[in-house]
Design a protein around this ligand. Structure first.
Ligand SMILES: [Fe+2]
Ligand SMILES: [Fe+2]
Length: 224
């Protein structure tokens, strides 16, 4: 009762408290709606950033695996019947699986393939056949240089994908595929070295020229 009377006697104050309480609720409501709007915008920006990263990564990896297939096709055209034939065929078979992976990821993630595919088609075959014509060791030197570039490139992508989000599940599928490809490219690189790639005359020159070519192709395929 005492508190009721107090409320009656302090009617005016009660009203003020009531008004400010209502205003507070509205302020809170307004604040939480602003926060959720800001969160939505942040999420949308994050999704768009991830979409752009995936688009670039899938495009360049698809281009790389396409080019790798053409290189091994060129090597097989020249060395298919030599003792290196089965080894090159084995690596080519793995490259076919890699290309299949990115052929599936392109439509799945609505990524845009590079406009350079027709160029990589010809350049890849020419590089594979051209180095194979210099001999089996030169073909392996080409493999070592190409695969070293790709392993480096895949490792950079793995780091970028892992840093791009707090939730690794966001990129798990792409990360798993890239890690699988990266491990097999490393095997191809090591196979090339085991096959005495480094004994090719002018190995360093050839190695550096091919690596520079690969880096340029990667740069172009990421952008166009
Ligand atoms: Fe590959
Ligand atoms: Fe490879």
């Amino acid at each position: 009762m005492a508190s009721q009377r107090q409320l009656w006697t302090q009617g005016r104050r009660f009203n003020i408290v009531e008004i400010s309480s209502r205003g507070g609720q509205e302020l809170c409501r307004g604040y939480s709606s602003t926060v959720s709007q800001a969160q939505k915008l942040k999420n949308r920006a994050q999704e768009e950033r991830l979409r752009q990263i995936r688009d670039r990564i899938i495009r360049v990896d698809h281009a790389g695996e396409y080019g790798a297939n053409r290189i091994y096709a060129g090597q097989m055209a020249v060395l298919g019947k030599t003792k290196s034939g089965p080894l090159i065929q084995h690596m080519w078979d793995q490259e076919k699986v890699h290309l299949d992976i990115f052929n599936k990821l392109i439509p799945k993630y609505r990524a845009r393939p590079t406009a350079f595919l027709p160029i990589w088609d010809i350049a890849g075959f020419a590089l594979g056949a051209g180095t194979a014509l210099l001999g089996e060791k030169a073909a392996m030197a080409c493999t070592v240089a190409v695969e070293a570039s790709i392993v480096e490139h895949y490792n950079n992508q793995i780091r970028e994908l892992m840093a791009s989000t707090d939730n690794l599940e966001d990129n798990k599928e792409i990360l798993d595929y890239i890690q699988k490809c990266r491990d097999e490219e490393q095997e191809h690189h090591d196979t090339g070295l085991e096959q005495e790639a480094e004994k090719t005359p002018g190995y360093n020159l050839l190695y550096n020229a091919i690596k520079t070519g690969c880096k340029t192709a990667i740069w172009l395929s990421e952008r166009v």
